[in-house]
Design a protein around this ligand. Structure first.
Ligand SMILES: [Zn+2]
Length: 232
């Protein structure tokens, strides 16, 4: 059975400044704040998506010559489909967005709150291999405070998408700005991309750091203060 790609080549090349995807090769690019989703992204139910992904993944394995009747392999298409929809890409679906309760800032605490070393696992949208990293998230209350574990949940939600680190950083920052009604947000992400370490250039020691400094965090004093806390 031959499956035609539903995306035409012309459509792919429009936004690449005249470069073809082949010319861009392994260079990671990032086209906007929003994850590029189709308008009908949620037309299929989760169980319909799992069924379809299982069929398609079985096809990939079959094309590679793997024997799908082998006891060890036969459950793999279903396992991959379930993992994609329910776990590692569950953050694509807005219904999985964490429900956030805010509280009044009764303590009148008016300095930064920093949640550091939030471990996350994401996947590079260019190669579909893991991005493993730590996020550090800080805010200064404009009157509302958020449960600390919710900062962690917001990071995990946006990480569970095919991602680009720059976009992940900005999506977390944007969400926090909206929820906490303040510009005073900082997000720093330090991550290892397996598409850089396990294949391609095969550099196992490099890591990628991205940062968002909004409002008062975008001042040398606050950046130094934040860095001091992170170095503790
Ligand atoms: Zn990649």
């Amino acid at each position: 059975m031959k499956i035609e790609s539903t995306v035409s080549k012309n459509q792919q090349n429009n936004s690449l400044n005249g470069f073809s995807t082949e010319m861009i090769g392994d260079d990671h690019l990032f086209t906007g704040l929003e994850t590029p989703l189709k308008k009908d992204a949620f037309k299929l139910s989760d169980s319909e998506k799992k069924q379809r992904i299982s069929v398609l993944f079985e096809e990939i394995m079959d094309v590679m010559g793997l024997d799908l009747t082998d006891d060890s392999l036969k459950g793999t298409p279903d396992r991959v489909a379930k993992m994609y929809i329910e776990e590692i890409f569950s953050g694509l679906n807005p219904k999985n967005k964490p429900k956030i309760a805010l509280f009044e800032n009764k303590y009148r605490y008016n300095q930064m709150v920093l949640e550091k070393n939030i471990t996350f696992y994401s996947n590079c949208e260019h190669h579909f291999v893991p991005i493993i990293g730590k996020a550090h998230v800080a805010y200064i209350s404009s009157g509302k405070v958020i449960g600390l574990s919710k900062l962690n949940r917001i990071v995990q939600y946006f990480a569970k998408r095919p991602q680009v680190q720059e976009r992940l950083t900005n999506q977390i920052a944007n969400e926090l700005k909206t929820i906490l009604e303040t510009e005073d947000i900082a997000v720093i992400i330090d991550a290892k991309h397996l598409c850089v370490s396990s294949r391609g250039i095969k550099d196992d020691t490099s890591a990628t750091v991205t940062a968002y400094y909004g409002g008062v965090f975008n001042t040398p004093e606050k950046i130094i203060e934040l860095q001091n806390y992170l170095n503790h």
